[in-house]
Write a protein that binds this ligand. Structure first.
Ligand code: AGP
Length: 592
């Protein structure tokens, strides 16, 4: 979703900002813009095409100060007019925003009643007009920004470039805002990845804090008491200088194949690191694992591991459904939040409410310096490295792997758990280098004309069926439904006819016989059956195709998702879809 970037320093701001916006584009965007300050004058460029240093950008004057924005439309269509920055009528300040002004209709009505001209359909322009109005009442720009910000409802973060003094002001409430402190330069952005080639030192701005940046200095003010804050500078572990596709055509395939390494990175936790969380889990009355989308399915998988390996009362909970659980949540319950971005609005809202209930919070996040980590009593990182493709692949399996070793640690067998994962990682390397990729591509050819497909899972493979179907939906735009094999006879079987594609996921466990019999039933009704899982079940009379996955017993469910990721990839390539940036989707869902 929307991304904010700001820069004051010694380099060519236009290049740094465009580069920063490109690094933010993975979040999803449909238009973009930049504003530069040169000799007291603001120069802007807004576009609805791909972010690039095009001729119009190159024609902008040289400058060391500027702001930029990637927009993911919420109010008003995708147009240059609606793209940010939105400049004041007198062209002396310009503003970018991330979030949704929930009371925008009321504020707009007031302005229209006062005959203020509104040029765009955005909630962002309303903020600009309100700031102009406040400033006309003899307030300076900084005070006007604060007073208007206080009137905005919802989660919003803004950045304003002031032409009069060359400063950038920014206020955060909800959507992320991070400062990067370099040598003679300061960055301001929605994530650390966007400026990561240039600096490791960061300051995470908290809600209701205002940042004021000028050359070589910055100040953070707590707006709740108007006091300047003593900030904590955190050092990032890595500088991600090159984020590129390497030998791959798309980030998605690169990230899928990286899993033989990310499995290993996900287990970089010792007994000591896991000790206090494991203790808290054992002492809690119940553990709720929460997340949305793919992270929600990983939550289901981890809850399964905690119940079936650790004997823990663990329940997965979709972040956006937390409200219906509030009446039964106890302060002695523990919450484990999963998120790639660490900024998912649904998950943040749930955590804030659950925290109020007195629950302790643990989190597993992939990005550094995020809101979800900061809300947590126990912070863990999935260490999967930047995941650029909108569809999550390697982070899903990292989350499952972490949950697996956590469950093993609870029963005192962390070493055994890690050994199993290392074996899986090794087998995965062979899996990716073998002829598997071409035979999966071959299977995907069969699916090009299908409009509806079904995936059956049970027990440890139930959430894998849900995640597998989400993966194929996201990129191929095909209707794929994952469901519990047990549901088949209770209704879904009515949809099966000659040629319907049905996948069955099988691990070497007690549920496999039910999946096998469900697959026999759909086969008897003419379905085209594809099995995924343990080689033991590769039966010609049940399956038209079979993909053998690495792993044995319980940990094998984690690798069972990989053929679905690959099918999603190869099928979508065949369909000519935009693999890394599927339509309508955003990587970081920072609004509700
Ligand atoms: C994953 O493929 C999806 N794009 C999406 O469901 C995602 O998992 C969800 O929005 C949650 O994001 P998070 O992990 O950053 O919290």
């Amino acid at each position: 979703m929307c991304g904010i970037f700001g820069y004051i320093g010694k380099r060519d701001a236009k290049r740094i900002i465009v580069e920063g916006l490109k690094r933010l584009e993975y979040r999803g965007y449909d238009s973009w813009g930049i504003a530069l300050l040169e000799k007291g004058k603001i120069h802007q460029y807004r576009d609805i095409s791909e972010i690039s240093t095009n001729k119009r950008i190159l024609d902008l004057p040289c400058s060391n100060i500027g702001i930029g924005h990637t927009r993911w439309a919420t109010h008003g269509g995708v147009s240059k007019k609606n793209a940010h920055p939105h400049i004041s009528l007198t062209k002396d300040f310009t503003l970018v925003q991330n979030g949704i002004v929930e009371n925008f209709e009321d504020l707009k009505k007031d302005l229209i009643a006062k005959h203020v001209t509104i040029k765009s359909e955005t909630d962002t322009e309303i903020i600009v007009r309100l700031i102009e109005e406040a400033r006309n009442k003899e307030k300076n720009l900084k005070e006007s920004i604060i007073s208007v910000f206080e009137r905005l409802k919802g989660r919003n973060t803004i950045a304003v470039l002031d032409s009069k003094n060359g400063k950038i002001y920014a206020i955060r409430n909800g959507s992320p805002l991070i400062l990067g402190i370099g040598k003679e330069e300061i960055f301001l952005a929605s994530d650390t990845l966007s400026f990561s080639p240039y600096c490791k030192n960061i300051v995470v701005v908290d809600n209701l804090e205002m940042v004021e940046i000028e050359h070589n200095s910055f100040k953070v003010t707590d707006l709740t008491n108007s006091k300047v804050k003593n900030v904590t500078v955190t050092k990032l572990k890595y500088l991600y200088e090159d984020i590129d596709k390497g030998e791959y055509k798309h980030y998605m395939l690169k990230e899928i194949v990286e899993q033989s390494n990310t499995f290993i990175n996900a287990i970089a936790y010792s007994e000591k690191d896991l000790q206090s969380l494991s203790k808290s889990i054992k002492q809690s009355s119940r553990v709720y694992i929460i997340g949305a989308g793919t992270a929600g399915f990983a939550a289901g998988q981890i809850a399964y591991f905690l119940r079936n390996i650790g004997g823990i009362d663990a329940q997965d909970l979709r972040s956006y459904e937390f409200a219906s659980y509030l009446p039964i949540v106890k302060p002695t319950d523990l919450i484990v939040a999963l998120s790639q971005s660490g900024e998912t609005a649904d998950t943040i809202e749930a955590l804030e409410e659950l925290k109020k209930k007195g629950c302790k919070i643990a989190s597993l996040v992939n990005m550094l310096g995020t809101t979800i980590s900061r809300l947590s009593d126990y912070q863990f990182f999935s260490n999967a490295g930047p995941e650029i493709c909108v569809a999550s692949t390697k982070v899903f399996t990292s989350q499952c792997v972490w949950g697996y070793i956590l469950a093993k640690n609870i029963v005192g067998d962390l070493k055994g758990g890690k050994r199993e994962i290392l074996t899986l990682a090794k087998e995965l390397k062979t899996f990716f280098s073998s002829k598997n990729l071409s035979s999966i591509d071959e299977i995907s050819k069969k699916l090009v004309k299908q409009e509806h497909m079904f995936i059956l899972g049970k027990g440890q493979n139930f959430n894998i069926a849900l995640e597998g179907s989400l993966k194929i939906k996201e990129i191929s735009y095909k209707h794929v439904e994952g469901f519990a094999a047990g549901e088949l006879k209770h209704g879904v079987i009515a949809l099966i006819e000659k040629g319907t594609v049905v996948f069955g996921i099988l691990s070497n466990d007690r549920d496999s016989k039910d999946i096998l019999s469900a697959m026999e039933q759909v086969k008897a009704r003419g379905a085209f059956t594809i099995g995924i899982g343990d080689k033991k079940f590769k039966k010609k009379d049940v399956f038209d195709r079979y993909i053998v996955t690495p792993g044995r017993d319980i940990a094998s469910s984690i690798t069972n998702v990989i053929p679905f990721q690959l099918i999603s990839y190869y099928l979508s390539v065949r369909l000519g879809n935009n693999i890394d940036k599927p339509r309508n989707l955003a990587k970081s869902v920072t609004v509700k």
